[in-house]
Design a protein around this ligand. Structure first.
Ligand SMILES: Cc1cc2nc3c(=O)[nH]c(=O)nc-3n(C[C@H](O)[C@H](O)[C@H](O)COP(=O)(O)O)c2cc1C
Length: 191
């Protein structure tokens, strides 16, 4: 089943949380097998994701119906979806009831990603190889660009503390702000 309630929880050991409602067939499968796999889709799988998240495996063999090709994981039996750009295999480490969902905490036992799509972070070179994000209802998005933020250096932080103001904006933004303030002052002076 598609899952949007997914979050990293720990680096060492590597743990991932997925919140699954007890009514889902996947809930029973995870409880029974004590393992699960996450496959990260792209926009090519947009309609398949919505389909798999709209019908339950309790009633029909939905994955087989979609005829999506799968392959065996490295460490677990759950099928991984071809056409995705990342795959994470987990053994269930813990399970907690959180409100009306069960938070399955998975210990990552294998992880793979497409080299064109991921190298330490998602690369976003190509919209076709960006991870599909769920917005809610039947709406999705793909992130458009990877933005690199400036990492504050100890000397910058020291300067900011001394100045009592953090200079975090980039040069262009700072310049635009200065120009806008200047224009406002001139406007005020003109009346
Ligand atoms: C994009 C998307 C994300 C979803 N995320 C979750 C989720 O995180 N947890 C959950 O319990 N259900 C989630 N759902 C709903 C299940 O995927 C849906 O109920 C599905 O049909 C359950 O299938 P199953 O009964 O075969 O497990 C989501 C549905 C969609 C379309």
């Amino acid at each position: 089943m598609p899952a949007a309630f997914v979050t990293p929880l720990s680096m060492d050991p590597p743990l991932i949380g997925v919140a699954v409602h007890p009514s889902r067939h996947s809930h029973d499968m995870i409880k029974f097998s004590e393992e699960f796999a996450l496959s990260v889709p792209t926009r090519a799988l947009l309609h398949h994701v919505q389909y798999l998240g709209s019908v339950s495996g309790i009633d029909l063999a939905k994955l087989e119906l979609t005829r999506l090709p799968t392959f065996r994981g490295r460490r677990i039996d759950a099928p991984l979806l071809e056409g995705c750009i990342g795959w994470i295999e987990c053994g269930v480490h813990d399970a907690y009831t959180i409100g009306d969902h069960t938070l399955f905490v998975g210990k990552v036992i294998a992880a793979q990603a497409e080299g064109d799509a991921f190298d330490e972070t998602w690369l976003l070179h190509d919209a076709e190889e960006a991870p599909l994000q769920y917005l809610g209802l039947n709406f999705y998005a793909v992130p458009a660009a990877r933005l690199e933020a400036r990492i504050p250096q100890p000397a910058d932080v020291k300067r900011d503390v001394e100045a009592g103001e953090a200079q975090v904006g980039d040069a262009t933004e700072a310049e635009q702000r200065r120009e806008a303030t200047e224009r406002e002052r001139e406007d005020r002076q003109r009346g």
